[in-house]
Design a protein around this ligand. Structure first.
Ligand SMILES: [Zn+2]
Length: 245
C-alpha cells in the first residue's frame, strides 16, 4: 500500500508541475511534422524546438574547431559535431527561459534532434539542467514500401495547392484537379527516388540505435504511422495523457 501511495503522489506532482518534453522519431515522410504542428495548436500548447531550422538560420557561423561553416557542413551531407548541435539546443532553451520563465513547466517537442546517441545523452543532461527529463519518445513506425509510395507518389495542383498521391489519393478525373479544375501539377524536387534513398540510409544509420537507446530507458512509445492522420493523432494524445501505461 505504502508503495502505491508514493507512486500516485509522484505522478500527481509530475502532472501538475512538469511540462512534457517529447522527442519524435521517424523516417522522413512518416508524418511526424504534421503531428507536431497539430500538437502546437492543441490544448497541450507545445513549443517546438526545430534544430534544422535554427541551424539554417545560423548557416554562416563557423563551426568551432573547424574552418567550415554550419551551412557548408550541412550542404556536404556530413553530420555536424554533436557539441555544435547540442550547443544550439542549449542556447534555444536558455533563450526560451528568459522569454517565458521556468521552462520545466512548458511542454516542448524536440524536432530533428537527437540524431545520434551522443546527442541523446546530451539531451538527457540538458533536460536535467533545466529540471526536467525526456519522458516521451514517440516512434512513428511505417513500412518502407508505404513510405516510398507516400513520398514518391506525392504531387500538388499548381493552381490551388491541393495535395494528391498517385497511389493513395489520385484526382477523380485523371489530370484534372478535383478542387479547382486545374490541369497543371508539380512535385517537390527532393521527392525523387535517389534523394529519398540517401535520406533513408541516413535514417537507418542514425535512428535505429536511438530506438534501442530509448527502449532501455523505458520512454519509448511506438505509433503505427500508416494509419490515417486522425487515428495517429488519437494515439499520440493517449500517450501524452498517460493512457497507455
Ligand atoms: Zn487545384
Amino acid at each position: 500500500m505504502e508503495v502505491n501511495k508514493v507512486k500516485s503522489e509522484s505522478k500527481t506532482t509530475k502532472l501538475l508541475k512538469k511540462g512534457k518534453w517529447v522527442v519524435l522519431l521517424g523516417a522522413p515522410g512518416c508524418g511526424k511534422g504534421t503531428q507536431s504542428e497539430y500538437l502546437m495548436s492543441s490544448d497541450f500548447k507545445f513549443k517546438v524546438i526545430s534544430v534544422g531550422e535554427i541551424l539554417r538560420h545560423n548557416k554562416s557561423t563557423i563551426v568551432p574547431g573547424q574552418i567550415k561553416t554550419i551551412g557548408e557542413i550541412i550542404g556536404s551531407g556530413l553530420l555536424l559535431p554533436d557539441e555544435v548541435v547540442t550547443g544550439v539546443v542549449k542556447i534555444e532553451l536558455t533563450k526560451m527561459e528568459s522569454l517565458i520563465g521556468l521552462i520545466c513547466n512548458q511542454n516542448i517537442i524536440f524536432d530533428g534532434f537527437p540524431r545520434t546517441i551522443g546527442q541523446a545523452k546530451a539531451l538527457n543532461e540538458l533536460a536535467c539542467e533545466f529540471n526536467n527529463s525526456i519522458d516521451y519518445v514517440i516512434n512513428f513506425e511505417i513500412k518502407e514500401d508505404v513510405l516510398f509510395k507516400r513520398i514518391l507518389g506525392r504531387y500538388k495542383c499548381s493552381n490551388c495547392g491541393r495535395i494528391y498521391n498517385d497511389y493513395f489519393l489520385p484526382t477523380k478525373v485523371s489530370g484534372v484537379c478535383d478542387q479547382c479544375g486545374g490541369q497543371e501539377f508539380s512535385r517537390r524536387m527532393d521527392d525523387n527516388e535517389d534523394s529519398l534513398k540517401v535520406r533513408m540510409v541516413e535514417y537507418y544509420k542514425n535512428t535505429y540505435p536511438l530506438i534501442d537507446f530509448y527502449k532501455k530507458s523505458n520512454t519509448l512509445y511506438n505509433v503505427n504511422a500508416e494509419e490515417e492522420f486522425g487515428q495517429v493523432k488519437n494515439c499520440v494524445f493517449k500517450i501524452l495523457n498517460e493512457e497507455c501505461k
